[in-house]
Write a protein that binds this ligand. Structure first.
Ligand code: FE
Ligand code: CA
Length: 538
């Protein structure tokens, strides 16, 4: 078995993290790295810093910064064999009403160190990066020149204060015997708890794949009521920053980010319910949608550990792929930003995009032309046993009607022609497995070459992760969805264990989503054998 994050002594890690978090030290290691300045990882996109070998710790520590600026924690993400993104945001007063996090308008230099052990005896990379007020004093460090399949520890410093300790891990390369991820999505905080994230700490994960609805834009119940800020509908950059800060003040979410690198895409609620391209229900004017997107994309970028340049207004290319040696490639999609208007939108009632009409069969794009061409190329690249598709919204199709067909038409069911093209690209790839979120249920489905036509060949299994905490959908979709193999009406997450012979998915479900101490159990375990697109129970 290949080394995974879980090969470490987790208890030891957490104790070390707590000790380091409590320690505010002005001392620093004078170790300089012998391989810290490898400019530019293989990821292509640049982040907001590059590694620099010389760090002026005295000047970093000499800056005036309000106490405890690292309350939003630390995170890592978008791992590559030689690089990983390290994230934090200076926010000594995370819920300051102006969204500033309690910082003034001055930029700050933030130092960072990365080591192969949690005592930082051996610092292998370090540097400093400017946290700008214009980006909410958030930073993304692309730590490069790293070794593959290696666990690292990192921390930040500013104004004499040291962050909590983070742990991360680079991707393996070459022959890979095992890779293990958890799939998360839909994490409404108000009224729920994040026991799911607490349990992920015990899952020996290499990566957490987040498929979106990281936040919800609805009015929060407020921090005083144990929920999120602001208490009105989220519409401005200040609002979105407060919403992310509220979520990241949750200890279980923060600890998960500090323990495992995340690969994150988004769905609709990072902007607004059922947004599609430059449209929203209720005939919202396009300039209003653009303003929402501009604010929302910036706040998303500020708060997540992604290897992406900051958005330009309402444009941010989120789709990207990660190659796990010869074992797997993870292709991550954005299914909202470039979408055409969904069909049959009525602007009446709460389920504005539910229904069916003649118009469904007309041509329209979900991914946009550029992303659609990209994913076809990415799936065709080859050299791996498995092609995992990070697909936020259900692909196989779900008919929720009773007497006649009814669909959620802002999902792939509203884009049937574009869907056929994606399925064709999947069918041409090696062992495709679709990983999905959004539906607030756990499901196992067959993706047919022609969805809703059970006589057409099965191309791939679709494994839908249950929601971390958002309200369950619950209705039984089986009567008109014969390609549904299982539906799990519970909160939690899905682990996906990938080996050369099989992919094993465990549906890990919570006893009580409102209880941070809730237990987790395995509701079911499904196996996909290499060479067979039909998932079967373990
Ligand atoms: Fe959701
Ligand atoms: Ca959604």
């Amino acid at each position: 078995m290949g080394a995974t994050v879980g090969d470490l002594d987790r208890r030891h890690f957490l104790a070390g993290a707590a000790a380091t978090a409590a320690l505010i030290t002005a001392g620093c290691s004078d170790d300089t790295s012998d391989r810290s300045a490898d400019d530019g990882g293989p990821g292509g996109a640049s982040a907001s810093s590059t590694t620099t070998p010389q760090v002026d710790w005295d000047s970093i520590d000499g800056q005036a910064v309000p106490s405890e600026p690292f309350k939003l924690g630390v995170a890592s993400g978008d791992p590559l064999p030689a690089a990983v993104i390290l994230w934090t945001r200076l926010a000594p007063d995370p819920l300051a009403a102006d969204g500033s996090g309690g910082m003034d308008d001055d930029d700050r230099e933030v130092g960072w160190e990365l080591a192969t052990d949690e005592t930082f005896a051996e610092v292998v990379a370090q540097g400093s990066v400017t946290a700008t007020a214009s980006h909410g004093h958030a930073i993304h460090v692309d730590a490069t020149g790293l070794e593959p399949a290696t666990t690292y520890w990192y921390r930040f410093r500013c104004g004499g204060e040291t962050s909590a300790l983070g742990r991360t891990r680079t991707l393996p390369e070459g022959d890979v015997e095992r890779f293990r991820l958890a799939v998360a999505n839909c994490q409404m905080l108000d009224g729920s708890a994040y026991a799911a994230y607490r349990h992920m700490l015990d899952e020996e994960l290499d990566v957490v794949l987040h498929l979106g609805d990281y936040i919800y834009e609805y009015p929060g119940v407020g921090a005083a009521g144990g929920g999120s800020e602001p208490t009105h509908m989220v519409t401005t950059l200040t609002d979105y920053r407060l919403r992310y800060a509220s979520y990241k003040l949750d200890e279980d979410l923060r600890n998960a980010h500090a323990a495992v690198p995340f690969v994150v895409t988004w769905d609709d609620h990072e902007v607004a319910n059922n947004y599609a391209g430059n449209t929203l229900p209720a005939n919202t004017p396009e300039d209003e949608v653009k303003a929402l997107r501009t604010a929302a994309y910036q706040a998303w970028w500020e708060h997540l550990p992604v290897r992406l340049d900051p958005p330009e207004e309402d444009r941010l290319d989120v789709h990207r792929a990660f190659t796990v040696g010869n074992l797997a490639r993870l292709h991550v999609l954005d299914q909202r930003q470039h979408a055409d208007l969904p069909p049959c939108r009525t602007d009446e009632g709460p389920n504005t995009d539910m229904g069916n009409c003649e118009e469904v069969g007309a041509p329209r794009t979900l991914l946009g032309d550029e992303q659609e061409a990209w994913v076809a190329d990415s799936l065709a690249e080859g050299g791996v046993t498995w092609n995992l598709l990070g697909n936020p919204i259900v692909l196989a199709g779900i008919d929720i009607g009773t007497d006649s067909p009814q669909f959620y038409l802002e999902t792939w069911d509203g884009y049937p022609q574009a869907r056929l093209r994606l399925i064709e690209a999947l069918a041409a790839s090696t062992n495709p497995v679709v990983l999905t979120g959004d539906y607030h249920q756990g499901m196992v489905l067959d993706v047919h070459q022609v969805p809703h036509d059970p006589t057409s060949p099965i191309v791939a299994p679709e494994l839908m992760a249950p929601p971390i905490s958002s309200m369950l959908f619950s209705a039984d979709v089986s009567p008109r969805t014969p390609h549904l193999r299982e539906q799990t009406d519970a909160h939690g997450y899905m682990t996906v264990d990938v080996t050369p012979d099989r992919v094993t998915a465990e549906f890990r479900v919570l006893d009580d989503v409102t209880d941070p101490q809730s237990t987790v159990t395995t509701a079911s375990t499904w196996v996909v054998d290499a060479g067979d697109p039909v998932a079967h129970p373990a």
